[in-house]
Design a protein around this ligand. Structure first.
Ligand SMILES: Nc1nc2c(ncn2[C@@H]2O[C@H](COP(=O)(O)OP(=O)(O)OP(=O)(O)O)[C@@H](O)[C@H]2O)c(=O)[nH]1
Ligand SMILES: [Mg+2]
Length: 608
């Protein structure tokens, strides 16, 4: 009788399949269900669970997952043993299948959740026929949660992509075994296309393209930010305390920890200042969960790009959870699957919730904390500071600088100065700071060219020479690209508006209003020497704050001398970035070719 009812809906459904393209996964969180949750506990064999995973905890987690959905309510949960594996069409033998049907009826359940990562369409159909009610797996429930709670466009796109392999697999199944698609949690929207597989492929392609764009934007934003701040990502099993930790470290009001699985579905960025004065960009991320199909993680690639690209990853573990070891393994496995290769070096493991009586005293993470009481937080911040210094290659250095110099102001305004600088008694201050090469405000302009018959190429009068540069804004608030040439002259000194400092170039950012400056470092001029021909050689050093040169136009007024003869060449024109002449004394031609410029960070002049 039940079978007949199912069969009656097969033919129209299959016609739909052949006609339409707009296949979607159904969402049931609007209508809701009374759910019977069954965990198939594998008794023995190679598919029996890892010793770290307690089946009762797995069942408890499934109950929490289902109850996370607003209109879903677990009415009963049971563990029912199964031999060897869960691959049979109805998972259990007929006796257990009958018992589950009875249990569902007694508890007035309207749906059953079988706690395995994903049921095959054949199992979903087989169990539906046995129980005559929708059958969910872990994947279905997680997708329902994601769909209900996703807030941003990025999360929604990723969810849509994650559905596609599921829908494709169901549609293939329906071609050979027609059934009501809603049994398999798919339905069709109103659009009609005959080549539905092709339509699905097109949809996947479009989504992938959009997600690639989002990912590229995320990476670009991160790379830009990384130029300024080290990136620290917080990861962990869902509900471990990631958001709580991010809130503790940054004080961000917008972060609201919740006692709910997958409370965070989108990556958010926040800033924190470490004791060394270094500012870091901290990301709170989506939680991990065991036994999820890999394509679901793949689909969240754009969001997880923040983790992959992080300089340091904090893995927070809820050690008050009885299964924290298994959860920790799941997180490490997921990190590896998204391409984090060097867990030992890149990740610090933090044990959270030590205030709870259930906290495992034998947990052996790198540090122990409680986000609720704040215990261990100071040590953790010190550890993050130390790790960030290591990963960014920062080290303590001593600088002797003039009090009003641009470099001294750079150190102050970027909070590198943590202790009062000492007066050296000769008008300079001695700064002791922790800084990485990338954060140095000094940029060397290096030249590589091929010179024939000449040496000691240099501007004719370096301190009055016009260094024509394209200057890029580096202030964090915007990313203005340069479109014009401007020049700096060492002898032309400008006041920095609103400060007592001076610089050779002052540029106010049109977008953020910040005064950015560039100065030529005194006596930093180099000459291009024949002995190092075709090798990078420094020509001048710039002190940059908020701006950086990215191109140089040599123009004219350069000098050099014959390599063997010392013949002076006093008016070399490099407008074409090449030059040719003749050295009478040596009876040979002289040339400059293959002109190339690069800018590289260097140690500050005056470093002790
Ligand atoms: N007792 C105690 N509770 C904590 C601690 N840290 C976090 N919590 C609680 O644990 C729950 C989950 O915290 P969240 O910070 O939202 O966890 P999450 O890892 O961001 O969770 P998802 O975003 O859902 O993956 C909240 O109710 C927190 O108040 C702690 O150290 N001790
Ligand atoms: Mg969270």
């Amino acid at each position: 009788m039940r079978l007949c009812r199912v069969m009656r809906c097969i033919s129209p459904s299959i016609r739909h399949v052949a006609d339409g393209d707009g296949w979607m996964q159904t969402t049931s969180h609007d209508s809701g269900h009374n759910v019977l949750v069954i965990h198939p506990k594998i008794r023995w064999g190679k598919f029996s669970p890892s010793k770290l995973k307690d089946p009762q905890r797995q069942l408890d987690e499934a109950v929490t997952l289902v109850n996370t959905l607003p209109r879903f309510r677990v009415v009963q949960s049971e563990m029912i043993a199964v031999d060897y594996h869960t691959k049979k069409k109805t998972i259990w033998g007929s006796g257990n299948v009958r018992n589950i049907r009875k249990m569902a009826a007694e508890n007035r359940a309207t749906a059953v959740m079988v706690n395995i990562d994903s049921l095959t369409p054949m199992q979903q159909q087989g169990l539906y026929e046995e129980w005559n009610m929708p059958v969910y797996d872990r994947y279905n429930i997680v997708m329902e949660i994601f769909k209900f709670y996703a807030q941003t466009e990025e999360a929604r796109l990723q969810i849509k992509l994650a559905e596609i392999p599921y829908i494709r697999n169901r549609l293939f199944f329906m071609l050979s075994s027609p059934c009501d698609p809603t049994i398999l949690h798919v339905h069709k929207d109103d659009t009609n296309r005959s080549d539905f597989m092709e339509a699905l492929r097109m949809r996947e392609q479009k989504l992938r393209k959009k997600i690639e764009e989002v990912k590229a934007q995320n990476i670009e934003r991160m790379e830009k930010q990384r130029n300024v701040y080290p990136l620290v990502a917080i990861v962990g099993y869902t509900n471990a305390g990631k958001t709580s930790l991010a809130k503790r470290l940054t004080g961000a009001e917008s972060l609201v920890p919740k006692d709910r699985l997958f409370a965070t579905l989108d990556t958010t960025r926040h800033f924190a200042r470490l004791p060394s004065g270094r500012k870091i960009c901290l990301t709170d991320t989506i939680g991990f969960l065991s036994d999820l199909p890999i394509h679901l993680i793949d689909a969240f690639e754009a969001t997880l790009a923040h983790v992959k690209k992080a300089d340091l990853i904090i893995h927070i573990r809820d050690i008050s959870h009885p299964d924290w070891r298994a959860q920790s393994e799941d997180v490490e496995r997921t990190l590896k699957s998204i391409g984090v290769e060097n867990l030992e070096e890149q990740v610090i493991a933090i044990d959270n919730k030590i205030d709870r009586p259930e906290a495992d005293p034998e947990a052996e993470g790198d540090m122990q904390i409680s986000c609720t009481t704040g215990e261990g937080m100071e040590e953790l911040i010190g550890e993050i500071d130390k790790e960030v210094q290591i990963v960014t290659g920062s080290r303590p250095i001593t600088l002797r600088l003039s009090p009003g110099s641009a470099a001294a102001q750079y150190l102050y305004s970027n909070a590198f100065v943590r202790e009062q600088p000492e007066d050296d008694g000769a008008g300079k201050l001695i700064f002791r700071v922790i800084i990485s090469a990338e954060e140095m405000p000094f940029l060397s302009m290096d030249l590589k060219c091929n010179m024939t018959g000449i040496t000691n190429l240099t501007p004719n009068d370096p301190i009055n020479f016009r260094w024509h540069l394209k200057v890029e804004m580096k202030c964090t608030n915007c990313g203005e690209q340069p479109d014009h040439w401007q020049y700096v002259v060492a002898n032309e000194i400008l006041d920095i508006p609103g400060s007592r400092g001076e610089a050779n170039l002052v540029e106010k950012c049109k977008l953020c209003g910040r005064q950015n400056t560039l100065s030529i470092v005194e006596d930093s001029y180099g000459t291009y020497k024949a002995e190092q021909n075709e090798k990078w050689q420094p020509m001048v050093t710039f002190d940059c704050r908020g701006v950086e040169p990215c191109d140089f136009d040599p123009r004219n007024d350069w000098v050099a001398e014959g390599t063997e003869t010392g013949t002076p060449f006093n008016d070399i024109d490099l407008t074409e970035k090449s030059w040719a002449d003749y050295d009478e004394k040596a009876s040979e031609s002289t040339e400059i070719q293959d002109w190339e410029i690069r800018f590289s960070h260097v140690k500050p002049p005056g470093k002790k």
